[in-house]
Structure formats: C-alpha cells, structure tokens
Ligand binder design. Structure first.
Ligand code: G6P
Length: 607
C-alpha cells in the first residue's frame, strides 16, 4: 500500500527519492509524488499512475537536498493527480506525505472550513497539512506535535516546511516508519527496502514517537515531547535480495528460492538426529504455551491459509485444540478468550492492519500473543509477547510464495515442539524432524518439474473457471492454489474441501472445466480418487498433483505433476510448489503484471 521516502543530506535528493519510490512499488500503489524544498519554496510534482509517469513530469535538474516522496494507494478520494501526495496547506508552506487513515478527518475538515480554509482535494491527508498550517508557531517540530494531538486514526507521516529547509519531521502511530542513518544523511521511509541501497543502519520509530532529522542530527521524542534514546539496528536483508538478479519476475525468483529459504528458516532450530527443536523466540513463554488449552491462529490471505495448515498440524501433533480465524472477523466478533488461550498472528509483512488489530484485541483480552512473522522489527513483531521469525528473506512479489512455505515450516516446528513437550515420543519426533530436514532438497526436485507445470498452464490457460480440490492437509493447499491463480492471472478459481464439492460446486462442472486435485498418497487418498471419478464422470478436466510412483492416478487424470513422498503433515510444503508455478505461468501467458497484479497491495495497512 502507500509508501513514504524522505531525504535530508548533502546529495541531490530527487534521484534518491525516486529510487526509494521504485523500491516501494511492490507494495502496490496508484499514484505518486515528490516535494522538494529549496530556495524558500516547496516544489511539488505528482501524478496518477506509475512512477515512470511521474518521472516524465519531474525537473531532474532540481538540486534540492531535502525532499519527501510518496506512493499512494487510494482510500479517500479517487486515484488522480490532485489526490496524490504530497499535500500542502493553502499557503504552500508545508508539504505532508501520509500512510494510514485519519479517522476524524471529517470533523477536522469542517472545523478548518469554518476557519476559512479552502480544500483542494478529497483526501484525509490534506486536513493534516491544513491543520499544521493553522497551528504553526514558527517551529516545525512543535507544530506537528501540536497538530497530531488533534488527530485520531493511524499515520506514518513526513512533513517539510519551506521556512526550515533541510529538516524533515516524521511521526508514527499504527503505520511503520523508520529512519536510515547514512553518512551526513538521513532517509525516512515506511519500508526498509527504500533505504537499503544507501545504508543498513536504521532506527525504528514506535507508535506515538516523532523524529526530527536535519544536518544537525536526529532527535527522537514522544508526542508528549519526552526525549527518547533509540537503538540503532542493522537491517538483516541485503540489496541483492530485493533485486531481480536476472530473474524475469520476483515471484519466480521467490518460488525458486524456497529450498534455500526454508533451510534458513530451519537453521539452528531443528536437530533431526536427536529429535529436538530449539525455538529461542518462544523460550520465555514455553511453559505457558505448552499448557495452552486452546490456540487461535489468525491472519489474512495466504497467511490465513498457512494458519489452516497450522490448525491441522497443532491438533495432530501437539493435540491442543486449535482454530483459525480471519483477523478481520476475529477482532470484531467479541471473541471469547479464556485462561490458557494463546493467539498466534501469522503475517509476512508484520504490518497487515487487520492482523495487528486482532492481535491487540487478543492481548487486551488476556491472551498470550505470539507472532509468526517475516519482517524483523515490524509492527506485529513488536506487539507480540514472543514469536518466531520466518527468516525467508524479503518477499517482493505481491503473490506470497516463500512466506507461505516459511509459515508452514514455522507452524510445523511449533506443533512438533509442543508435541514433544506434551506427549510425542522421541522416535516420532526424530522421524518428523528428519522428514522436515529433507523438505528443502525435495523442493529442489519439485522445482525441476517447472516445464510440466508450464505445460499445464499452456493447455488450460484459456479456461475462465477452475476448481482446486483437496482433503485434510491438502484442503488449505487447494485454497492457496486457487488464490494464487486468481490473484495474478485474473482467472476465476475456487478452492474447496474435496468432499464439499458434491454439496453444490459439482453443479459447475462441465466438460471444459479444469479441476486440480491435490491427490497425494495419505490417509484420504482413496476418498480423493473417488472425488476424481465424480468429476471425470461429468466431463471435468482433471489435473492431479500426486506422489511420485503413483501410476493409478495417471489413468484418472489428463495431466499429473509428481512430488516426492513425505510424511502427510509435511506434504503441503511440496504440493503447493506446482500450484505456484502453474499460476505463475498462466499469468505470464495471459500477459498479466505478475509482480504487481491489479488492485492488490503487498502489505494491506488499512482495514
Ligand atoms: C495481502 C497480500 C497477500 C497476503 C496478505 C496478508 O493481501 O497481497 O499476499 O497474504 O496481504 O499479508 P501478510 O503480510 O499479513 O502476510
């Protein structure tokens, strides 16, 4: 969603701001803009559409050394030139970029209009720019502080003032903001990827904190003006991880990274030989967690699908009652949190607004709140009592791939850890962990089936409706396969528990409909093959994901992609890979923008 970059230093700001904006493109946006401060003026350029459009409108010789920039994902007002950020006050003394939503903007707007302020845009952000101008007392930092006291809602903001060139004031509540510290320069950003090319030293702002950066240094305070000493942290990602490096798309790069990413995720955590698991991130709460009476997993989108696999894993291996909830539903339905309830938020970005709010709700009601998060230092990671990072590296493609696999691996480690502490025998733990240890190598061999996956995409890409069916551990994989296809290729696809097909969706099956069965050998194999027969007898075109060596399935399906055998609880880690590849190739064949699908955002920071 929206992205912020701001630069104060000794270099020309514009190229640094544009490069930062491009690094934020993956988050999803519909317009972009830049404000440069110099010569007693603020020069603003903004436009709807891609950053390449903005670049055509810019004066690339502008050598201002201070500026702020933004990519906008419209919430209030259409995605046009006028509503793009930065926004200014009437006198154009201030420029503001803002992520989040100002909830009381209507009341503030009416108040300001009554004071004679005329508005140019439909945005909530302009209200903030006008409010800052109204309360201006000659000191930018003080003024922003005063204005923010009137604001309800969420924000990450960066503000400049033409009277104080060389200064950026930024603040945060509920929307991420960090400051990169370079040599004689500071880069304010909403996402580490915007600053990595310049520095890996960062300071993360907490909610209700503000920062003033200038050539004189960095000063962090609370909204109440209490000075805060911040720890400088090192971003663990490297620049090549956020670059294409010869790959055509980030999604394909990230699909192919899954073997190495999962090795990273498991490194130092599992000891297959001795059947032990070390999860340092939850060591402090291990006792409470082991005694949990109920675990609730919550998340959105792909993370929710990983949670569904987690539910099977935790009930199966740890024998603790577990349920999965969409974060957006959980937070608003007055959930019952009894003693012994543990809530685990699952999130790649660690910034998804609904997941964060669900976690806060759970904490407030007394649950032990844990996180399974990829982005270190993200809002969800900071809100939890404890948690386990995925360590799968940055995920740039909007369609989540390696993060899903990482989430499933972490959940299987949590389930085995709890199982072992509760009832699981040493040999059973050894068997499970050895199988987990083999998964990265097995993924490498599944990736070798890329051509077979591409052939499936080629053969069926012109069909507009697909079904994905699976049972047990493969049911969430069916949901995830369908989501991958629809989000990047815009083909309508539905994922179902295979047995549910006969209660309605079977009516959809015609002799032209691709039906993807995840039909690996396991406890429900025979049931799944019966479902395949039901589809075949109605003319459906069956594509099967099956276990290597299964000859029977080749007689039932038009196309088969084989995956190596593993223990049933770990099969999703292998079966999801061909589904990611089929979706990827279908999207490429249909000429879709794989990494930036229409209307979608990588990190959904609004409700
Ligand atoms: C967005 C993304 C999805 C992602 C979901 C949850 O919708 O497009 O790929 O699964 O948000 O994101 P999170 O960062 O919390 O895992």
């Amino acid at each position: 969603m929206c992205g912020i970059v701001g630069y104060v230093g000794t270099k020309q700001a514009l190229p640094i701001l544009i490069e930062g904006l491009k690094r934020l493109e993956y988050r999803g946006y519909d317009s972009a803009g830049v404000a440069l401060v110099a010569d007693d003026a603020i020069r603003i350029t903004k436009s709807a559409g891609r950053i390449s459009v903005l670049e055509q409108c810019l004066d690339h010789d502008d050598n201002a050394i201070t500026g702020i920039a933004h990519t906008r994902w419209a919430t209030h007002g259409a995605p046009n030139d006028i509503n793009a950020h930065p926004h200014t006050d009437q006198s154009e003394r201030f420029a503001v970029v803002h992520n989040g939503i100002i909830e009381n903007y209507r009341a503030l707007r009416t108040y300001l209009q009554n004071q004679g302020v005329e508005f140019k845009t439909d945005t909530d952000t302009e209200v903030l720019a006008q409010l800052i101008a109204l309360v201006y007392d000659g000191n930018l930092e003080e003024t922003v502080r005063k204005a923010l006291h009137e604001v309800r809602g969420t924000y990450g903001i960066a503000v400049v003032c033409k009277d104080e060139p060389g200064v950026i004031v930024a603040a945060k509540r509920g929307s991420p903001l960090l400051v990169g510290i370079g040599e004689d320069e500071y880069i304010v950003a909403s996402d580490a990827s915007a600053i990595l090319a310049h520095t890996s030293q960062v300071v993360y702002l907490e909610d209700d904190e503000m920062v003033r950066v200038s050539q004189d240094g960095l000063r962090t305070t609370t909204l109440e003006d209490i000075p805060v000493t911040k720890r400088i942290q090192e971003i663990e990602w490297t620049l090549d991880q956020i670059e294409l490096g010869g790959h055509e798309h980030f999604m394909l790069k990230e699909i192919y990274e899954q073997d190495a990413a999962l090795q990273n995720c498991m490194r130092g955590r599992i000891d297959a030989e001795n059947g032990t698991i070390h999860l340092g991130g939850i060591a402090d709460v291990a006792r409470e967690l082991t005694r949990a009476k109920r675990i609730i997993l919550t998340g959105c989108g792909t993370a929710w699908h990983a949670g569904l696999v987690g539910e099977y894993l935790i009930e199966d291996l740890a024998r603790i009652p577990c349920e999965v909830e969409y974060a957006s539903e959980f937070r608003y339905r007055n959930p019952i949190i009894e003693d012994g309830t543990v809530v685990i938020a699952i999130s790649q970005s660690g910034e998804t607004a609904d997941t964060l709010a669900a976690l806060e709700e759970a904490k407030q009601r007394g649950a032990l709140a844990l996180g399974v998060v990829n982005v270190v230092g993200s809002s969800i990671a900071r809100t939890t009592d404890a948690g386990i990072y995925l360590h799968v590296g940055p995920e740039i493609g909007v369609a989540s791939t390696k993060a899903f696999s990482g989430q499933v691996v972490v959940l299987s480690m949590i389930a085995s850890y709890l199982g072992r502490r509760r009832h699981m025998s040493q040999p059973a733990a050894e068997q499970l962990l050895s199988a987990l240890d083999r998964i990265p190598a097995q993924i490498t061999s599944v990736l070798e089936q890329n051509d077979a996956c591409k052939k499936v995409a080629q053969d069926y890409v012109d069909r507009e409706n697909w079904l994905y069916l699976g049972r047990g551990y493969q049911y969430p994989v069916a949901l995830e396969g369908a989501l991958k296809l629809k989000e990047i290729s815009y083909i309508h696809a539905e994922g179902l528990a295979a047995a549910e097909m006969k209660h309605g969706p079977i009516a959809l099956i015609t002799d032209d409909m691709p039906v993807v069965f995840i039909a690996t050998q396991g406890s429900q194999y025979d049931k799944v093959t019966s479902n395949i027969e039901e589809v075949r007898s109605r003319g459906g075109r069956v594509i099967a994901i099956a276990t290597e060596g299964d000859r029977q399935i080749a007689e039932l399906a038009e196309a088969v992609i084989y995956v190596p055998d593993t223990l049933e609880p770990l099969q999703p880690l292998l079966t999801v890979i061909p589904l990611q590849l089929i979706a990827y190739h279908a999207a490429v064949l249909r000429g879709c923008n794989v990494d930036k699908p229409r209307n979608l955002a990588k990190s959904v920071t609004v409700e």
